[in-house]
Design a protein around this ligand. Structure first.
Ligand code: PBG
Length: 347
C-alpha cells in the first residue's frame, strides 16, 4: 500500500489546530514496513510442537472423526510424518497412541512395556530422524479399560500414589525406547518428582520433563478422546485430578510444585481459553512455558473454516500468535505442519 507524500487537500486542513491529538497510534500502522518494525511478537517454526496420533496395523492412516485433516498413523507412516516435520523445521513431535481395546485393562499394564505401540514408534522415529525431539506422555488413559489417567479403586476413586508407581515404570519404558522428554499429563500429585527420581536412578539424566502443570478438567478434550478411543469407555469425569476451570491461583501452586520437583518445562492446557493462566505463569516463574491448543480448539476452528465462516489464512496464525503474546515459549498444535508451511512460504 502506497502512502501519499503530497500535502493533504485543503479541506482536510480546515480543522482547528490543536484540537486533535499529537500522539497518533495509527502513524506506526500506516505501512507494512512500519508494522513489521513495530511488531512485538513473532511466530516462528521453532515455537511449534506437533501432536500426532498412532495406531497399530496395516492401514497407514485412519481419520479422526472430528478433527478434519488429522489422521491416526501407523509406525511406518509416523516415521514419514517425522521426516516431513523435520524437513519443515518443526522441533518436536508429541505422539499419542490409540491402543487396541484388547490390550486395555484396569491397570493399564500395556503402558509399561518398552515394545508397546509408543515404544516402537519412538524407536523407529529416533532411528530415522534422530534430531527431531520426541515429547511423550506419561498417563494411563490410552491403556486403561475405564479411560482414566490413573488406577481406579473399587469405589471409583483414582488412586494417586499407586498410579505414580506405574507412571514411573511407563516413563522408564519410554526412556528405554529412546524418548527425549517425558510429559506427565495425568495430574497426580507428586508425579514429577517421582518420575525425575526414577529417570535419574536409571541413568536417564538427560531425559527432560515437560509437565502438564496446569491442566484443567475441560470439555475441549473431546475429539482427542475419540482419537485415542477413550471417550466411550471413560467412566465419569476427571474432575478429581484435573483442575477446576474457575481457578488460577491454584495453577500457580501447581506450577510452583512441578518446578520444585524438577520439571524442565511447564505447560498450560487447554490453550486459548486459558491464556490468562499462560500469561500469569510466564510472568510469575519465568520458566519455559508451553501451551496446548487442544483438539477441541482445533475442531472449533476447522469446523468454521470448512463451513466458510472463518478464513483459515487469518485465524490460524492469529490464534497461534495469541499464545506468543501471552508469553508462551511454544505451542502444541495440530496446525503445526500447516503453520510451518505458511511460515516457510512467507520467509
Ligand atoms: C490425557 C491427555 C488428554 C490430552 C492430552 N493428554 C486428554 C484428557 O486429559 O482427557 C488432550 C489433548 C487434546 O485434547 O488435544 N492424558
Amino acid at each position: 500500500m502506497s502512502v501519499s507524500r503530497r500535502p493533504p487537500p485543503k479541506s482536510a486542513l480546515s480543522h482547528t489546530p490543536g484540537a486533535y491529538p499529537a500522539v497518533r497510534m495509527r502513524r506506526n500502522r500506516k505501512a507494512d514496513w512500519s508494522r513489521r518494525l513495530n511488531a512485538e511478537n513473532r511466530l516462528s517454526v521453532d515455537d511449534l510442537i506437533w501432536p500426532i496420533f498412532l495406531i497399530d496395523g496395516q492401514s497407514a492412516r485412519v481419520p479422526v472423526a472430528h478433527m478434519p485433516g488429522v489422521d491416526r498413523v501407523n509406525v511406518a507412516e509416523a516415521v514419514r510424518e517425522a521426516e516431513r516435520a523435520f524437513a519443515l523445521g518443526i522441533p518436536a513431535l508429541a505422539p499419542f497412541p490409540y491402543v487396541d481395546p484388547s490390550l486395555r485393562d484396569p491397570t493399564g499394564s500395556e503402558a509399561v512395556k518398552a515394545t508397546n505401540l509408543m515404544g516402537r514408534a519412538v524407536k523407529a522415529i529416533k532411528q530415522a530422524v534422530p534430531d527431531i525431539g520426541l515429547i511423550t506422555d506419561a498417563a494411563l488413559d490410552p491403556y486403561t479399560s475405564h479411560g482414566h489417567d490413573g488406577l481406579m479403586a473399587d469405589d471409583g476413586r483414582i488412586l494417586n500414589d499407586q498410579t505414580i508407581e506405574v507412571l514411573c515404570r511407563q516413563a522408564l519404558a519410554l526412556a528405554e525406547a529412546g524418548t527425549d522428554c517425558i510429559a506427565p499429563s495425568d495430574m497426580m500429585d507428586g508425579r514429577v518428582g517421582a518420575i525425575r527420581a526414577a529417570l535419574d536412578g536409571a541413568g536417564y539424566l538427560d531425559v527432560q520433563i515437560m509437565s502438564y502443570a496446569a491442566k484443567y478438567a475441560s470439555g475441549f478434550y473431546g475429539p482427542f478422546r475419540d482419537a485415542i478411543g477413550s471417550n466411550k469407555t471413560l467412566k465419569g469425569d476427571k474432575r478429581t485430578y484435573q483442575m477446576d476451570p474457575a481457578n488460577s491461583d491454584e495453577a500457580m501452586r501447581e506450577v510452583a510444585l512441578d518446578i520444585a520437583e524438577g520439571a524442565d518445562m511447564v505447560m498450560v492446557k487447554p490453550g486459548l481459553p486459558y491464556l490468562d493462566v499462560v500469561a500469569r505463569v510466564k510472568a510469575t516463574f519465568g520458566v519455559p512455558t508451553f501451551a496446548y491448543q487442544v483438539s477441541g480448539e482445533y475442531a472449533m476452528l476447522m469446523a468454521a473454516i470448512n463451513n466458510g465462516w472463518l478464513d483459515g489464512d487469518r485465524v490460524i496464525p492469529e490464534a497461534l500468535m495469541a499464545f506468543k503474546r501471552a508469553g508462551a515459549d511454544g505451542i502444541l498444535t495440530y496446525f503445526a505442519p500447516e503453520m510451518a508451511k505458511r511460515l516457510k512460504a512467507s520467509s
